[in-house]
Design a protein around this ligand. Structure first.
Ligand code: ASP
Length: 351
């Protein structure tokens, strides 16, 4: 009898320990890295000043940034992939005339809209990019098709459009991209350029004022619940661009980069300097080889290295732990972030 009692006590003790273990295992997921997720977006950096912005325009920008980031956040929250989240988020901004990407892209010197975009998967480090397309409604979708359905990384101009047709990507008449504001910006840029050229026989194509007519490149970076990072960028480039000029947005390592071991980055700004500074990869490399945090690496690259070679602009980034960065050296950058707790931040100026 005594033995039986002892056995009973032992059995009860054993099962109560087991159930405790189960409970503590169940409590773990919230601290589990798989539950970390987040998303950051930008809608371009430049001389964006409160004094030049009406309340209604500011509200329109904030509302569109909110709609875009909430689109991607919903995908991440329900367990979707960072790639799906960034593509759908960027689509919202590409479809809005407020941003220099898709509808609302700036005009080239000869009055066309030539669009660039790229995407990168941090899990596989696979990437896709397109440059100079004129009929693709959502260039980020084509960049993703290049990544997933071709053995190449970058397609340009007619070839990219041919591939878009074969992939069943939505095409539009080039007139779809026309917006009056961007046309006025082109006219202003060309007038200034003409005045410059009349007074000086050197070509001043990258007059800072022309550069400042380009705001609105869009980008998105995300970390999903499976620990996968992704980055994407889409743009119309620079107002009054010529000669098939391509900026940093479709250049992997400059405008876009993602690596699950470090971070995902999307750039905006004066593309020539972001290409020369290999900005997005530089941030990742400082983390990988220099042991820097995302905040330190982003700050060094944007506040020191890019200005040192004469450039300006900004980046958004997120690391494999869900830390986020929104760093810029211009007066403003349209931006927003949402973390795993659903905390939303939207900002425009350098506050
Ligand atoms: N980086 C883009 C380009 O140079 C423009 C921008 O971000 O505003 O094409």
């Amino acid at each position: 009898m005594k033995n039986l009692n002892l056995l009973l006590i032992f059995v009860v003790f054993f099962f109560s320990c087991q159930s405790k273990n189960t409970t503590s295992e169940e409590e773990k997921p919230s601290k589990n890295s798989k539950e970390k997720f987040g998303i950051v977006i930008h809608g371009g950096a430049g001389t964006i000043l409160k004094k030049n912005m009406s309340d209604s325009l500011e509200n329109a920008y904030k509302a569109k940034l909110k709609e875009a980031i909430e689109t991607g956040y919903a995908i991440l929250e329900s367990g979707g992939s960072s790639l799906d989240a960034i593509e759908k988020t960027i689509n919202v901004m590409e479809n809005s005339p407020l941003f220099n990407a898709g509808k609302g892209a700036v005009f080239t010197n000869d009055g066309k809209n030539e669009l660039d975009a790229s995407i990168m998967d941090g899990r596989t480090q696979n990437a896709g990019a397109v440059a100079g397309v004129t009929t693709v409604k959502n260039p980020i979708n084509l960049a993703r098709a290049v990544m997933e359905n071709s053995e190449h990384v970058m397609f340009a101009r007619e070839g990219a459009e041919q591939f878009a047709k074969e992939q069943g990507i939505e095409l539009v008449d080039p007139s779809y991209f026309y917006t009056e504001n961007r046309m006025k910006a082109l006219k202003r840029a060309q007038k200034r350029e003409k005045v410059e050229l009349d007074h000086d026989d050197k070509t001043v194509f990258y007059d800072p004022l022309i550069k400042d007519e380009k705001f609105g490149t869009v980008g998105c970076v995300a970390l999903d619940k499976n620990g996968n990072l992704a980055a994407g960028t889409s743009t119309g480039g620079m107002t009054n661009k010529r000669w098939g000029r391509v900026g940093d947005a479709p250049i992997i390592g400059a405008g876009t980069y993602a690596n699950n071991n470090t971070c995902a980055v999307s750039s905006t700004g004066w593309g020539e300097f972001f290409i020369r500074g290999v900005v997005a990869y530089d941030i990742s490399a400082m983390m990988e080889y220099g042991g820097k945090s995302l905040a330190e690496a982003s700050k060094t690259v944007i506040q020191e290295k890019v200005p040192e070679i004469g450039g300006d602009g900004g980046i958004i980034a997120i690391d494999s732990e869900g830390n986020m960065a929104m760093e810029f050296n211009t007066a403003g950058m349209y931006r927003a972030s949402m973390d795993a707790n659903g905390k939303l931040e939207i900002a425009i100026y350098g506050e």
